[in-house]
Structures are given as structure tokens and as C-alpha cells.
Design a protein around this ligand. Structure first.
Ligand SMILES: *Cc1c(COP(=O)(O)O)cnc(C)c1O
Length: 411
């Protein structure tokens, strides 16, 4: 069957309720940070069981403000996996600190706690800087092994800033991502970017148990002012303010927050739909030798932000690039998460990383392809993904000794 219609990799699930909420804010004439943001914060904090939530205009801003509030600065070392997006490491560089990469677990693609322990010890032995924080990234929506990582943080007196851009809503051993143990210094950062599990177009949220951290982040999100603009301009608010530090401009708008509040009420329904699609994919692809389906560890609920399929080399399968090209020729959108950070020019040049320094991240990246998984996908389109992936991979098994076709997409 041939389709002319493009099946996009990601489409936000926006309905009439979101449209009405945004229009309501526009009619109110209160566009910037105000009551909608305040309510979104309360509702989000309740959803993840956190004590404090600060609405921001991106997850990147939340990561930056978390590290800033924790006092991370030059000569500090921040430990993270290289298997992540640009944002996780760049915020460390904003503050003049050094991102120290730690290789990943082959199955979950999350930071390997044993290797984290070794990396901290090595940095102490070599005296390369002061270990200050760990940034676990919950790739695809699968929470990291947080019990072990929190223990390592306690033993070494390190702060923890979780990059939970993929991880709403996700749980591990009944524990919701978004609430840190009371004895851990740190914060959890969520993304509401257009492709994420709930969206405000652009937006993010910082959650924490630490009142002082929340206060600092809130102030620094608005020029380091001592008061929020909305309390200055709200009825009963005064005109006076003080600048306590040179801050940033990271506040969320009420237009975005209104969309986020509706998305939050629909988060579970949308998660169930993504889980259903993941189940259908795994049922369809589980028996194919050419690919490996994502595995969710016991006790974990993935947020299913991504369905990260991996091509098995040595099975006569297409390479990852050939699979992407073949699906592209059939108009099925895919993506790759992620090109590990140590392969990028900036980190390579600045820190002298070699591709083999993180062999698991390198090998898994080379065989990873993300398939469409979003609640707005129709049953027919989900079936089309299944049919096209199955057709393309089963045709890729060639008898031994036959030359590979020159054009991978010329079926
Ligand atoms: C999307 C993403 C971010 C950044 O989120 P923004 O809201 O766009 O700033 C950070 N980390 C990871 C792993 C992401 O995928």
C-alpha cells in the first residue's frame, strides 16, 4: 500500500478545551505571569506530590535556575549522562562549571549508577574540580535508578537536579518523578515544549521540597526582583521592588499556563493512549530479530514520551540510517534521540572527548530510532507505523552473500 500523506513524528494533542482556555486568557487581558500560572503551579505540584512548583518558560530555564540556586559555579563538577539533549549540559556551562559525562545502562539508556560512583571517585583522586551535583535524565520517560543515585548523592554530599523533560507522568516503585526525598538538596525539571507529553507550546516547571530554592528560582526567573510583577500590579500590590541579583527573564505567560492547566487534566488519558500504542508496537515488533523493543524495568511506569526502537546489528537488518530512509520514503516520520553530547564539536574540542570514551552511549545511539508515539495518533496511523516498520525490516533480511542493494530505499 502506498500513502501520499505524511505521518508526522510528533503532533500535539490540542482540543477545544485548550483553545477555549487560551481565548479566555486573551479576553481577560492579563497575558503575562498571573493567576493562571499560580494555579498551574499548585495543580502541577499536587499532581507529582511536590511541596513547591515554579512555572517557567522552558525546562532549560528550570535546569539553569536550579543549578544557580544550588550555588553551582566555576570549578564545580556536574555528573550526567551524555545520552541527552543539548540543554542538560549547556546550563552547566552557563555557570562556568564542568559537565562530567557518565556512560549509560544498555537496557534503559539511563546513567549507570556504578559508573557514576567510579566517575566521582576518579574526579576526587585526580583533583579535577569539586563534585557538586548529579543530573539524572529520565530518557524516553523511564525513571533512572533514583534510590541508588540518591544514596550516592548522600554519601558524597551532592545536590540532585533531575532532567525530567520526558518524565511526566512517570513512577518508579510507586514514587512519582517530581518529588525528591526531604534530605536531598535539589530540584526536578519538566518540559512543556511542543513535542513533550503535556505542552504549553514552550514552557517548563521546577519542583522542589526546598522553599529557599523555590524562592530564589522564582526571583531569578524575573530579573532577580524581590516581588513578582503580578503582585506589583495586582489589586493591593505595591509599586516598590528591589533587585537582589542580576536575574534572567524566564517567567511563563498566563496564555501558556491556561493551556497547561487543561493539558494537566488530560495527562492521564493521554498517557494511557501512549501506553496503548507502545503495547501495540511491542506486540508487533517483539518477535522480529532485526529490532529490539524498549523494555521498562519492573516497578516502573514509563511516561512513554518516546518509543525508542533499536536495530540489531549482525542480523542482516537494515542499519539505523537505512531504516530511517526507508520509513521516510514511505512517509513515516521518525527521529533520533540523541546524538550523545561527547560527539558534538563543542564538548569534543573543549574537553578532548573521544567517541569511545562512552562506548555504550555511542553503540546505542548508532542503532536507535524513535517511532511516532502521541495520543493524537489515529488507530489507522498507528497500524500504518506497524505495517511499514514490519515491511521494511522483514525485507531487509537478505540471503547470505548477496550484495546489499545500492539504494537502501529503492524497494
Ligand atoms: C526537551 C528537552 C529539554 C529541554 O526542554 P525545553 O522545555 O525545550 O527547554 C531538556 N532535556 C531533555 C532531555 C529534553 O528532551
Amino acid at each position: 500500500m502506498s500513502h501520499d500523506k505524511v505521518l508526522p513524528f510528533a503532533v500535539p494533542d490540542i482540543g477545544q478545551q485548550e483553545i477555549d482556555a487560551v481565548v479566555g486568557v486573551l479576553r481577560s487581558r492579563w497575558l503575562t505571569t498571573g493567576q493562571e500560572c499560580a494555579r498551574f503551579e499548585q495543580e502541577f505540584a499536587a499532581a507529582v506530590g511536590a511541596s513547591h512548583a515554579v512555572a517557567l518558560n522552558s525546562c532549560t530555564a528550570a535546569l539553569h535556575l536550579s543549578l544557580e540556586a544550588l550555588g553551582v559555579g566555576s570549578d564545580d563538577l556536574v555528573f550526567m549522562s551524555p545520552y541527552t539533549f543539548a540543554a542538560t549540559a549547556e546550563v552547566v556551562r552557563y555557570l562556568g562549571a564542568k559537565p562530567v559525562f557518565v556512560d549509560i545502562d544498555r537496557m534503559t539508556l539511563n546513567m549507570d549508577p556504578q559508573l557514576l560512583r567510579l566517575a566521582i571517585r576518579r574526579s576526587l583522586d585526580e583533583g579535577t574540580g569539586r563534585p557538586s551535583a548529579i543530573m539524572p535524565v529520565h530518557i524516553a520517560g523511564v525513571p533512572c535508578a533514583m534510590d541508588e543515585i540518591w544514596d550516592i548523592a548522600r554519601e558524597n554530599e551532592l545536590a540532585v537536579v533531575e532532567d525530567a523533560a520526558h518524565a511526566f507522568p512517570a513512577t518508579r516503585d510507586g514514587h512519582r518523578v517530581g518529588r525528591l526525598p526531604e534530605d536531598i538538596r535539589g530540584a526536578v525539571c519538566f518540559s512543556f515544549y511542543a513535542t513533550k507529553t503535556i505542552t504549553t507550546g514552550e514552557g517548563g516547571m521546577l519542583t522542589t521540597e526546598d522553599q529557599a530554592l523555590a524562592d530564589r528560582a522564582r526571583s531569578m526567573s524575573l530579573h532577580g526582583l524581590s516581588r513578582q510583577a503580578w503582585s506589583r500590579y495586582a489589586e493591593g500590590g505595591g509599586w516598590a521592588y528591589d533587585i537582589i541579583a542580576p536575574g534572567y527573564k524566564y517567567n511563563l505567560t498566563d496564555v501558556a499556563a491556561a493551556m497547561g492547566r487543561v493539558q494537566l487534566t488530560r495527562a492521564e488519558e493521554m498517557w494511557k493512549r501512549r501506553s496503548e500504542i507502545a503495547g501495540a508496537y511491542t506486540e508487533a515488533f517483539g518477535d522480529l530479530d532485526q529490532v529490539e523493543c524498549p523494555v521498562v524495568p519492573p516497578g516502573v511506569n514509563s511516561a512513554w514520551h518516546l518509543y525508542l526502537l533499536r536495530v540489531n546489528p549482525g542480523t542482516g537488518a537494515l542499519s539505523r540510517d537505512e531504516l530511517i530512509d526507508a520509513l521516510g520514503a514511505r512517509r513515516v516520520g521518525t527521529s533520533v534521540h540523541f546524538i550523545p553530547l561527547h560527539l558534538h564539536s563543542y564538548y569534543k574540542d573543549k574537553y578532548g572527548y573521544e567517541p569511545d570514551d562512552f562506548p555504550v552511549a555511542l553503540a546505542e545511539f548508532e542503532r536507535a530510532v524513535s517511532l511516532p508515539i502521541y495520543s493524537a495518533i489515529s488507530d489507522a496511523d498507528a497500524q500504518r507505523v506497524i505495517d511499514e516498520v514490519t515491511a521494511v525490516t522483514s525485507r531487509s533480511v537478505r540471503p547470505r552473500g548477496r550484495p546489499r542493494p545500492g539504494n537502501a530505499v529503492g524497494w
